[in-house]
Design a protein around this ligand. Structure first.
Ligand code: C5P
Length: 398
Protein backbone atom coordinates (compact mmCIF):
# COMPACT_ATOMS: atom_id res chain seq x y z
CA UNK A 1 0.00 0.00 0.00
CA UNK A 2 2.71 2.48 0.94
CA UNK A 3 5.70 1.12 -0.95
CA UNK A 4 8.17 3.91 -1.80
CA UNK A 5 6.06 6.51 -0.03
CA UNK A 6 8.04 8.99 2.05
CA UNK A 7 6.22 9.92 5.22
CA UNK A 8 7.38 12.54 7.68
CA UNK A 9 6.14 11.69 11.15
CA UNK A 10 6.08 14.68 13.48
CA UNK A 11 5.94 13.71 17.14
CA UNK A 12 4.91 16.27 19.76
CA UNK A 13 5.20 16.28 23.53
CA UNK A 14 2.12 14.55 24.84
CA UNK A 15 1.69 11.44 26.93
CA UNK A 16 0.35 9.69 23.81
CA UNK A 17 3.77 10.11 22.13
CA UNK A 18 4.48 6.43 22.69
CA UNK A 19 1.56 5.56 20.39
CA UNK A 20 3.45 7.20 17.52
CA UNK A 21 5.79 4.20 17.72
CA UNK A 22 2.92 1.84 16.94
CA UNK A 23 1.84 4.04 14.04
CA UNK A 24 5.40 4.08 12.70
CA UNK A 25 5.49 0.29 12.86
CA UNK A 26 2.28 0.08 10.80
CA UNK A 27 3.66 2.55 8.25
CA UNK A 28 7.00 0.81 7.81
CA UNK A 29 5.32 -2.60 7.63
CA UNK A 30 3.18 -1.27 4.76
CA UNK A 31 6.38 -0.28 2.91
CA UNK A 32 6.68 3.43 3.75
CA UNK A 33 9.99 5.20 4.35
CA UNK A 34 9.46 7.11 7.58
CA UNK A 35 11.46 10.16 8.71
CA UNK A 36 10.74 11.34 12.23
CA UNK A 37 10.88 14.90 13.51
CA UNK A 38 10.49 15.33 17.27
CA UNK A 39 9.74 18.52 19.13
CA UNK A 40 11.79 19.33 22.20
CA UNK A 41 8.88 18.37 24.47
CA UNK A 42 8.41 15.02 22.66
CA UNK A 43 11.94 14.08 23.68
CA UNK A 44 10.90 14.36 27.33
CA UNK A 45 8.52 11.44 26.73
CA UNK A 46 10.44 9.21 24.30
CA UNK A 47 14.11 9.06 23.40
CA UNK A 48 14.87 9.84 19.73
CA UNK A 49 16.90 6.63 19.61
CA UNK A 50 13.68 4.58 19.78
CA UNK A 51 12.34 6.16 16.59
CA UNK A 52 15.78 6.10 14.97
CA UNK A 53 16.20 2.38 15.58
CA UNK A 54 12.71 1.44 14.44
CA UNK A 55 12.62 3.72 11.37
CA UNK A 56 16.26 3.02 10.34
CA UNK A 57 16.55 6.76 9.63
CA UNK A 58 18.10 9.59 11.63
CA UNK A 59 15.63 11.45 13.82
CA UNK A 60 15.45 15.20 13.35
CA UNK A 61 15.23 17.32 16.45
CA UNK A 62 17.31 20.40 15.83
CA UNK A 63 16.69 23.09 13.24
CA UNK A 64 20.22 24.36 13.53
CA UNK A 65 22.15 21.12 13.17
CA UNK A 66 24.43 22.23 10.34
CA UNK A 67 25.68 18.76 9.42
CA UNK A 68 22.20 17.29 9.16
CA UNK A 69 20.97 20.41 7.39
CA UNK A 70 23.58 19.90 4.66
CA UNK A 71 22.46 16.30 4.12
CA UNK A 72 18.72 16.19 4.69
CA UNK A 73 17.55 19.37 6.34
CA UNK A 74 14.11 20.82 6.77
CA UNK A 75 13.66 21.95 3.18
CA UNK A 76 14.69 18.64 1.63
CA UNK A 77 12.48 16.80 4.16
CA UNK A 78 9.60 19.09 3.28
CA UNK A 79 10.20 18.58 -0.45
CA UNK A 80 10.50 14.81 -0.39
CA UNK A 81 7.38 14.16 1.70
CA UNK A 82 4.44 12.35 0.15
CA UNK A 83 2.59 12.83 3.42
CA UNK A 84 3.15 14.54 6.74
CA UNK A 85 1.54 13.05 9.86
CA UNK A 86 1.65 14.76 13.25
CA UNK A 87 0.99 12.37 16.13
CA UNK A 88 0.14 13.26 18.82
CA UNK A 89 -0.73 16.77 17.66
CA UNK A 90 -0.88 19.03 20.71
CA UNK A 91 -2.97 22.19 21.06
CA UNK A 92 0.37 24.01 20.95
CA UNK A 93 1.53 22.66 17.56
CA UNK A 94 -1.89 23.18 16.00
CA UNK A 95 -2.02 26.73 17.37
CA UNK A 96 1.47 27.48 16.10
CA UNK A 97 0.85 26.12 12.62
CA UNK A 98 -2.52 27.88 12.39
CA UNK A 99 -0.77 31.13 13.32
CA UNK A 100 2.09 30.63 10.88
CA UNK A 101 4.75 30.29 13.54
CA UNK A 102 7.82 28.38 12.39
CA UNK A 103 10.29 28.33 15.25
CA UNK A 104 11.57 24.76 15.38
CA UNK A 105 12.33 21.85 13.05
CA UNK A 106 8.76 20.51 12.99
CA UNK A 107 6.84 23.75 12.46
CA UNK A 108 9.39 24.98 9.90
CA UNK A 109 9.19 21.78 7.87
CA UNK A 110 5.36 21.73 7.96
CA UNK A 111 5.33 25.32 6.78
CA UNK A 112 7.63 24.45 3.87
CA UNK A 113 5.89 21.29 2.66
CA UNK A 114 3.48 20.97 -0.25
CA UNK A 115 2.40 17.47 0.81
CA UNK A 116 -0.91 16.70 2.55
CA UNK A 117 -0.66 17.10 6.32
CA UNK A 118 -2.64 14.86 8.68
CA UNK A 119 -3.03 15.83 12.33
CA UNK A 120 -4.03 13.31 15.01
CA UNK A 121 -4.74 15.55 18.00
CA UNK A 122 -4.54 14.41 21.62
CA UNK A 123 -5.11 16.65 24.61
CA UNK A 124 -7.17 17.29 27.72
CA UNK A 125 -10.91 17.53 27.00
CA UNK A 126 -11.10 21.17 28.15
CA UNK A 127 -8.20 22.10 25.90
CA UNK A 128 -9.90 20.27 23.04
CA UNK A 129 -13.24 22.01 23.52
CA UNK A 130 -11.63 25.42 24.11
CA UNK A 131 -12.91 27.75 21.36
CA UNK A 132 -9.34 28.91 20.68
CA UNK A 133 -8.28 25.36 19.84
CA UNK A 134 -11.51 24.72 17.89
CA UNK A 135 -11.03 27.84 15.82
CA UNK A 136 -7.43 26.88 15.03
CA UNK A 137 -8.54 23.40 13.92
CA UNK A 138 -11.37 24.82 11.76
CA UNK A 139 -8.97 27.27 10.16
CA UNK A 140 -6.57 24.48 9.24
CA UNK A 141 -9.40 22.24 8.00
CA UNK A 142 -10.65 25.05 5.73
CA UNK A 143 -7.15 25.24 4.27
CA UNK A 144 -7.18 21.53 3.42
CA UNK A 145 -5.27 20.12 6.39
CA UNK A 146 -6.54 16.68 7.39
CA UNK A 147 -7.58 15.64 10.89
CA UNK A 148 -8.04 12.26 12.52
CA UNK A 149 -10.46 13.25 15.27
CA UNK A 150 -9.63 12.22 18.83
CA UNK A 151 -11.98 9.78 20.54
CA UNK A 152 -13.85 9.80 23.84
CA UNK A 153 -12.17 7.99 26.69
CA UNK A 154 -10.19 8.21 29.91
CA UNK A 155 -7.49 10.81 29.51
CA UNK A 156 -4.05 10.69 31.10
CA UNK A 157 -4.87 13.85 33.06
CA UNK A 158 -7.63 12.02 34.94
CA UNK A 159 -10.51 13.57 33.00
CA UNK A 160 -12.88 11.58 30.84
CA UNK A 161 -14.01 12.89 27.46
CA UNK A 162 -12.99 13.80 23.96
CA UNK A 163 -9.27 14.27 23.46
CA UNK A 164 -7.87 10.74 23.50
CA UNK A 165 -5.62 10.03 20.51
CA UNK A 166 -7.39 7.99 17.81
CA UNK A 167 -6.19 4.38 17.57
CA UNK A 168 -2.93 4.05 15.57
CA UNK A 169 -4.84 1.75 13.16
CA UNK A 170 -7.35 4.56 12.43
CA UNK A 171 -4.57 7.10 11.86
CA UNK A 172 -2.88 4.55 9.57
CA UNK A 173 -6.13 4.08 7.63
CA UNK A 174 -6.47 7.85 7.15
CA UNK A 175 -2.85 8.04 6.01
CA UNK A 176 -3.45 5.32 3.41
CA UNK A 177 -6.66 7.11 2.34
CA UNK A 178 -4.78 10.40 1.95
CA UNK A 179 -2.26 8.75 -0.38
CA UNK A 180 -4.54 6.41 -2.33
CA UNK A 181 -5.47 6.95 -5.94
CA UNK A 182 -9.24 7.65 -5.85
CA UNK A 183 -10.01 5.74 -9.02
CA UNK A 184 -13.25 4.35 -7.58
CA UNK A 185 -14.66 7.75 -6.60
CA UNK A 186 -18.33 8.03 -7.53
CA UNK A 187 -18.79 4.24 -7.65
CA UNK A 188 -20.95 2.25 -5.25
CA UNK A 189 -19.65 -1.23 -4.53
CA UNK A 190 -21.55 -3.92 -2.69
CA UNK A 191 -19.36 -6.61 -1.15
CA UNK A 192 -20.51 -9.74 0.66
CA UNK A 193 -18.24 -11.45 3.15
CA UNK A 194 -17.96 -14.24 5.66
CA UNK A 195 -19.90 -17.45 6.01
CA UNK A 196 -23.65 -17.82 6.41
CA UNK A 197 -25.20 -19.87 9.20
CA UNK A 198 -28.17 -22.12 8.57
CA UNK A 199 -29.84 -22.93 11.85
CA UNK A 200 -30.91 -26.43 12.78
CA UNK A 201 -32.36 -25.37 16.13
CA UNK A 202 -31.70 -22.45 18.55
CA UNK A 203 -28.24 -23.79 19.46
CA UNK A 204 -26.92 -25.55 16.34
CA UNK A 205 -26.18 -24.54 12.78
CA UNK A 206 -24.50 -25.55 9.51
CA UNK A 207 -21.70 -23.23 8.37
CA UNK A 208 -18.16 -23.22 6.97
CA UNK A 209 -14.63 -22.00 7.80
CA UNK A 210 -14.87 -18.60 6.09
CA UNK A 211 -13.41 -15.85 8.33
CA UNK A 212 -14.59 -12.90 6.20
CA UNK A 213 -11.02 -11.59 5.85
CA UNK A 214 -11.05 -11.45 2.03
CA UNK A 215 -14.35 -9.55 1.83
CA UNK A 216 -13.36 -7.14 4.61
CA UNK A 217 -10.01 -6.48 2.88
CA UNK A 218 -11.86 -5.74 -0.36
CA UNK A 219 -14.20 -3.35 1.47
CA UNK A 220 -11.27 -1.54 3.14
CA UNK A 221 -9.31 -1.19 -0.09
CA UNK A 222 -12.34 -0.14 -2.18
CA UNK A 223 -13.11 2.57 0.35
CA UNK A 224 -9.49 3.77 0.30
CA UNK A 225 -9.81 4.10 -3.46
CA UNK A 226 -12.81 6.38 -3.07
CA UNK A 227 -15.75 3.99 -3.51
CA UNK A 228 -18.89 4.13 -1.44
CA UNK A 229 -18.88 0.65 0.07
CA UNK A 230 -21.73 -1.49 1.38
CA UNK A 231 -20.55 -4.61 3.16
CA UNK A 232 -23.12 -7.34 3.74
CA UNK A 233 -21.50 -9.68 6.17
CA UNK A 234 -22.27 -13.06 7.65
CA UNK A 235 -21.06 -13.69 11.24
CA UNK A 236 -17.34 -12.89 11.63
CA UNK A 237 -14.99 -11.86 14.43
CA UNK A 238 -13.70 -8.86 12.45
CA UNK A 239 -14.00 -5.16 13.29
CA UNK A 240 -16.09 -3.08 10.88
CA UNK A 241 -13.81 -1.32 8.37
CA UNK A 242 -13.70 2.47 8.83
CA UNK A 243 -16.06 4.42 6.59
CA UNK A 244 -17.91 1.36 5.29
CA UNK A 245 -21.65 0.73 5.76
CA UNK A 246 -21.92 -2.75 7.28
CA UNK A 247 -25.12 -4.81 7.25
CA UNK A 248 -24.94 -7.93 9.38
CA UNK A 249 -26.84 -11.05 8.36
CA UNK A 250 -26.89 -14.65 9.53
CA UNK A 251 -28.42 -16.88 6.86
CA UNK A 252 -28.21 -17.11 3.07
CA UNK A 253 -31.87 -16.07 2.82
CA UNK A 254 -31.15 -12.89 4.81
CA UNK A 255 -28.07 -12.19 2.72
CA UNK A 256 -30.11 -12.60 -0.44
CA UNK A 257 -32.84 -10.19 0.63
CA UNK A 258 -30.27 -7.54 1.72
CA UNK A 259 -28.32 -7.91 -1.54
CA UNK A 260 -31.43 -7.80 -3.71
CA UNK A 261 -32.79 -4.74 -1.92
CA UNK A 262 -29.63 -2.79 -2.70
CA UNK A 263 -28.26 -4.10 -5.95
CA UNK A 264 -29.90 -1.63 -8.32
CA UNK A 265 -28.02 1.27 -6.70
CA UNK A 266 -24.65 -0.45 -7.21
CA UNK A 267 -22.04 -0.22 -9.97
CA UNK A 268 -20.18 -3.31 -8.82
CA UNK A 269 -21.07 -6.37 -6.72
CA UNK A 270 -18.28 -8.56 -5.36
CA UNK A 271 -19.52 -11.76 -3.76
CA UNK A 272 -16.70 -12.91 -1.52
CA UNK A 273 -19.08 -14.57 0.96
CA UNK A 274 -18.98 -18.33 1.38
CA UNK A 275 -22.73 -18.84 1.23
CA UNK A 276 -23.93 -22.16 2.61
CA UNK A 277 -25.27 -24.20 -0.30
CA UNK A 278 -27.89 -26.00 1.80
CA UNK A 279 -30.07 -25.29 4.82
CA UNK A 280 -32.24 -27.55 6.96
CA UNK A 281 -35.74 -27.97 5.51
CA UNK A 282 -37.11 -26.82 8.85
CA UNK A 283 -35.59 -25.15 11.89
CA UNK A 284 -36.66 -26.77 15.17
CA UNK A 285 -37.99 -24.02 17.44
CA UNK A 286 -36.59 -25.74 20.53
CA UNK A 287 -33.29 -27.50 21.12
CA UNK A 288 -33.36 -31.04 19.70
CA UNK A 289 -32.71 -33.32 22.68
CA UNK A 290 -29.97 -35.95 22.62
CA UNK A 291 -32.46 -38.66 23.47
CA UNK A 292 -34.60 -37.66 20.47
CA UNK A 293 -32.17 -39.86 18.51
CA UNK A 294 -32.19 -37.62 15.41
CA UNK A 295 -29.57 -39.07 13.06
CA UNK A 296 -30.40 -37.28 9.84
CA UNK A 297 -31.25 -33.69 8.93
CA UNK A 298 -33.21 -33.04 5.75
CA UNK A 299 -31.67 -30.26 3.69
CA UNK A 300 -32.91 -28.01 0.94
CA UNK A 301 -30.78 -26.05 -1.53
CA UNK A 302 -30.26 -22.34 -0.82
CA UNK A 303 -30.94 -19.89 -3.65
CA UNK A 304 -27.80 -18.90 -5.56
CA UNK A 305 -27.66 -15.16 -4.86
CA UNK A 306 -25.01 -14.43 -7.47
CA UNK A 307 -26.65 -16.46 -10.23
CA UNK A 308 -29.81 -14.46 -9.49
CA UNK A 309 -27.90 -11.21 -10.08
CA UNK A 310 -26.36 -12.64 -13.26
CA UNK A 311 -29.88 -13.06 -14.64
CA UNK A 312 -30.82 -9.38 -14.22
CA UNK A 313 -31.36 -7.49 -17.47
CA UNK A 314 -29.51 -4.38 -16.33
CA UNK A 315 -26.96 -5.71 -13.92
CA UNK A 316 -23.92 -4.23 -12.16
CA UNK A 317 -20.38 -5.46 -12.86
CA UNK A 318 -20.37 -8.86 -11.16
CA UNK A 319 -17.40 -10.49 -9.47
CA UNK A 320 -17.74 -13.97 -8.00
CA UNK A 321 -15.42 -16.09 -5.93
CA UNK A 322 -14.82 -19.79 -6.39
CA UNK A 323 -13.37 -21.62 -3.41
CA UNK A 324 -12.23 -24.99 -4.71
CA UNK A 325 -10.22 -27.94 -3.49
CA UNK A 326 -9.72 -29.50 -6.95
CA UNK A 327 -9.90 -28.69 -10.68
CA UNK A 328 -9.64 -24.99 -9.80
CA UNK A 329 -9.50 -23.49 -13.30
CA UNK A 330 -12.21 -25.72 -14.80
CA UNK A 331 -14.65 -25.19 -11.94
CA UNK A 332 -14.09 -21.44 -11.87
CA UNK A 333 -14.47 -21.00 -15.62
CA UNK A 334 -17.70 -23.03 -15.51
CA UNK A 335 -19.14 -20.82 -12.71
CA UNK A 336 -18.17 -17.66 -14.61
CA UNK A 337 -20.31 -18.76 -17.55
CA UNK A 338 -23.15 -20.40 -15.63
CA UNK A 339 -23.66 -17.41 -13.31
CA UNK A 340 -23.10 -14.88 -16.11
CA UNK A 341 -20.29 -13.02 -14.30
CA UNK A 342 -17.80 -10.43 -15.52
CA UNK A 343 -15.02 -11.87 -13.45
CA UNK A 344 -14.33 -14.70 -11.01
CA UNK A 345 -11.59 -15.05 -8.39
CA UNK A 346 -10.65 -18.68 -7.96
CA UNK A 347 -8.71 -19.85 -4.96
CA UNK A 348 -7.56 -23.24 -3.81
CA UNK A 349 -8.80 -23.53 -0.24
CA UNK A 350 -6.97 -26.80 0.37
CA UNK A 351 -3.69 -24.88 0.85
CA UNK A 352 -2.66 -23.72 4.33
CA UNK A 353 -1.56 -20.23 3.23
CA UNK A 354 -4.53 -19.39 1.01
CA UNK A 355 -8.29 -19.19 1.23
CA UNK A 356 -10.10 -19.61 4.52
CA UNK A 357 -9.04 -17.98 7.77
CA UNK A 358 -5.54 -16.73 6.81
CA UNK A 359 -4.21 -13.27 5.93
CA UNK A 360 -2.74 -14.36 2.60
CA UNK A 361 -4.19 -15.70 -0.61
CA UNK A 362 -3.20 -16.78 -4.09
CA UNK A 363 -5.72 -16.70 -6.88
CA UNK A 364 -6.50 -17.11 -10.53
CA UNK A 365 -8.67 -14.40 -12.04
CA UNK A 366 -10.87 -15.32 -15.01
CA UNK A 367 -12.73 -12.80 -17.13
CA UNK A 368 -15.81 -12.81 -19.33
CA UNK A 369 -13.69 -12.12 -22.43
CA UNK A 370 -11.84 -15.42 -21.92
CA UNK A 371 -8.64 -13.91 -20.52
CA UNK A 372 -7.15 -14.83 -17.16
CA UNK A 373 -4.51 -13.63 -14.73
CA UNK A 374 -2.58 -15.37 -12.00
CA UNK A 375 -1.89 -13.74 -8.62
CA UNK A 376 0.85 -15.42 -6.58
CA UNK A 377 0.85 -15.61 -2.80
CA UNK A 378 0.16 -12.14 -1.39
CA UNK A 379 -1.70 -10.47 1.44
CA UNK A 380 -5.48 -10.21 1.12
CA UNK A 381 -5.09 -6.41 0.97
CA UNK A 382 -2.72 -6.78 -2.00
CA UNK A 383 -5.02 -9.25 -3.72
CA UNK A 384 -7.86 -6.77 -3.18
CA UNK A 385 -5.76 -4.14 -4.98
CA UNK A 386 -5.22 -6.54 -7.90
CA UNK A 387 -8.92 -7.41 -8.09
CA UNK A 388 -9.98 -3.76 -7.93
CA UNK A 389 -7.35 -2.77 -10.56
CA UNK A 390 -9.09 -5.20 -12.89
CA UNK A 391 -12.54 -3.92 -11.93
CA UNK A 392 -11.50 -0.30 -12.60
CA UNK A 393 -9.94 -1.17 -15.98
CA UNK A 394 -12.93 -3.22 -17.11
CA UNK A 395 -15.58 -0.82 -15.84
CA UNK A 396 -14.02 1.88 -18.00
CA UNK A 397 -14.62 -0.10 -21.21
CA UNK A 398 -17.94 -1.71 -20.25
O1 C5P B 1 -21.16 -22.17 -6.83
P1 C5P B 1 -20.30 -21.66 -5.75
O2 C5P B 1 -20.98 -21.63 -4.42
O3 C5P B 1 -18.95 -22.27 -5.63
O4 C5P B 1 -20.04 -20.15 -6.20
C1 C5P B 1 -19.33 -19.28 -5.42
C2 C5P B 1 -19.76 -17.87 -5.72
O5 C5P B 1 -21.18 -17.77 -5.72
C3 C5P B 1 -19.32 -16.92 -4.63
O6 C5P B 1 -19.08 -15.65 -5.22
C4 C5P B 1 -20.49 -16.91 -3.66
O7 C5P B 1 -20.56 -15.72 -2.89
C5 C5P B 1 -21.66 -17.03 -4.62
N1 C5P B 1 -22.80 -17.77 -4.07
C6 C5P B 1 -24.02 -17.14 -3.91
N2 C5P B 1 -25.09 -17.81 -3.40
C7 C5P B 1 -24.99 -19.10 -3.08
C8 C5P B 1 -23.77 -19.78 -3.26
C9 C5P B 1 -22.71 -19.07 -3.73
O8 C5P B 1 -24.10 -15.94 -4.20
N3 C5P B 1 -26.05 -19.72 -2.61
Amino acid sequence: MLTNKKIILGVCGGIAAYKAIELMRLLTKAGAEVHVIMTRAAQEFIAPLTFQTLSSNPVHTDLFNLIAEREIGHISLADCADLFIIVPATANIIGKIAAGIADDMLTTTVMATKSPVLFAPAMNVNMFTNPIYQENEQKLRRMGYLFEAPVNGSLACGWHGEGKLAAPESVFESAVMALANKDLAGKTILITAGPTREEIDPVRYISNHSSGKMGYALARVARRRGAQVLLISGPTALANPDGVQVINVISAAEMQSEVNARVTACDVVIKAAAVADYRPVARNSTKIKKNAAVTTIDLVKNPDILAGLGGMSLRPFLVGFAAETDALAENAAKKLTEKNLDMIVANDVSQADAGFNVDTNRALLFFKDGSSRSCDLMSKDQLSMEILDQVVARLAVR
